[in-house]
Design a protein around this ligand. Structure first.
Ligand code: FMN
Length: 365
């Protein structure tokens, strides 16, 4: 039998992008402006080389890690929220969630499952929760300007059994995604029926609230939901310190996969200053450009507690639904495990800055 042609996420990306039409391909691949941040999120990892230690008994490698109170993931990789999984596969978000559950991973479920969704177009938060069980732990929130609608959404996701909200804070406006603007007339029907995101401007009925400030929104969320409150889209030490000060439960260092502010600091480069500012008081997660187990390792070594991946889940979905997402997660998990073993780390707490060296420098970090 020939070996499986999909051995890496690069193989998966090539295969997936060849299967989908141009509109979908560009919707997934591109970001804001000239896609500089999309590219640099990925290339930032290669500034770092590994400093392997030897003779450290790596016969058993423990990758399990706590994520939320009472929830442990089998390995430190989760699926970041992204909208409209039915573009990739008819089983949509339900297949993604089932894959996360099967592998002992977790998923952030996009608000794209709520607003204006109709059953044939999109799975509901309740459907995704049923498919994902404990793995469907985080529900991603965009704050729209209708607070009544937002409190209804919060009540609904609480009732559905989600454990935490992931408030996306890097989107007071939708970034200038040139290919989305160009391709919009050809978007599939189910996108036009969802009164959400880039389509909001078309329908005019809902807008992202661009007036949010720390002092108002966090108390409002606290008084409206009992779920854990996490912020997604932190890129600076200043905002990380404010998140701690305002009692946020955790943060995700992220620039939305380069889809919002082009020329933003690559997520991996923002990570060290955020980790230093947080001083271990709350968990720090990261996403953006993670494409191999060695990338996960480098993010963990720079202080991330957990790593999320966005686009690779969509590639997996396009290559066989649930099975494709499972394959993607398995590739990353096995690459991370091998990297830890070869670097001499039997557990995640051994993955520290001392495992890394900057290219061109002779000192460990
Ligand atoms: C097609 C697509 C749709 C996305 N939709 C959302 C969304 O609805 N909410 C959100 O917070 N982030 C969204 N994101 C951003 C991801 O959660 C994540 O931050 C990003 O994809 C990580 O970068 P990566 O794709 O390089 O792994 C989306 C990303 C992509 C590629």
């Amino acid at each position: 039998m020939d070996p499986d042609p999909i051995q890496t996420l690069a193989d998966l990306e090539r295969t997936a992008l060849a299967r989908v039409d141009k509109v979908t391909r560009e919707y997934w691949a591109h970001g804001a402006g000239k896609n500089i941040t999309v590219r640099e999120n990925a290339t930032a990892f290669d500034q770092y080389r590994l400093r392997p230690r030897v003779l450290r008994n790596v016969s058993k490698i423990d990758m399990s890690t706590p994520v939320l109170k009472g929830l442990v993931a089998d390995f430190p990789i989760g699926i970041a929220p992204s909208g409209w999984h039915k573009m990739a596969h008819p089983d949509g978000e339900a297949a993604t969630a089932a894959a996360a559950r099967a592998l002992g991973s977790i998923m952030g479920v996009s608000m794209g499952t709520v607003v204006g969704a109709s059953p044939e177009d999109c799975y509901s938060p309740e459907d995704v929760k049923a498919a994902g069980g404990d793995a469907a732990a985080f529900f991603q929130l965009y704050m729209f300007n209708d607070r009544k609608l937002m409190s209804d959404v919060l009540r609904r996701i609480e009732k559905a059994g989600y454990r935490a909200i992931l408030l996306t804070v890097d989107t007071p406006y939708v970034g200038k995604r040139v290919s989305e603007i160009r391709n919009r007339p050809q978007l599939p029907r189910f996108l036009t029926t969802i009164n959400f995101g880039t389509m909001v401007a078309d329908t005019g009925s809902l807008k992202i609230d661009s007036s949010l400030v720390w002092e108002e929104i966090l108390p409002w969320l606290r008084s409206t939901t009992s779920l854990e409150i996490w912020l997604k889209g932190i890129s600076t030490a200043e905002d990380a310190a404010l998140a701690v000060q305002h009692g946020v439960d955790g943060i995700v260092v992220s620039n939305h996969g380069g889809r919002q502010l082009d020329l933003c600091v690559p997520a991996l480069d923002a990570l060290p200053e955020v980790v230093a500012a947080v001083q271990g008081k709350i968990p720090v997660h990261v996403d953006g450009g993670v494409r191999r187990g060695e990338d996960v390792f480098r993010a963990l070594a720079l202080g991330a507690d957990f790593v999320w991946i966005g686009r690779p889940a969509l590639w997996g979905l396009a290559c066989g639904g649930q099975q494709g997402v499972e394959r993607m997660l398995t590739i990353l998990r096995e690459e991370l495990k091998l990297c830890m073993g070869l670097a001499g780390c039997a557990s995640l707490k051994e993955v520290t800055p001392a495992c890394l060296r900057l290219v061109g420098s002779s000192a460990k970090l």
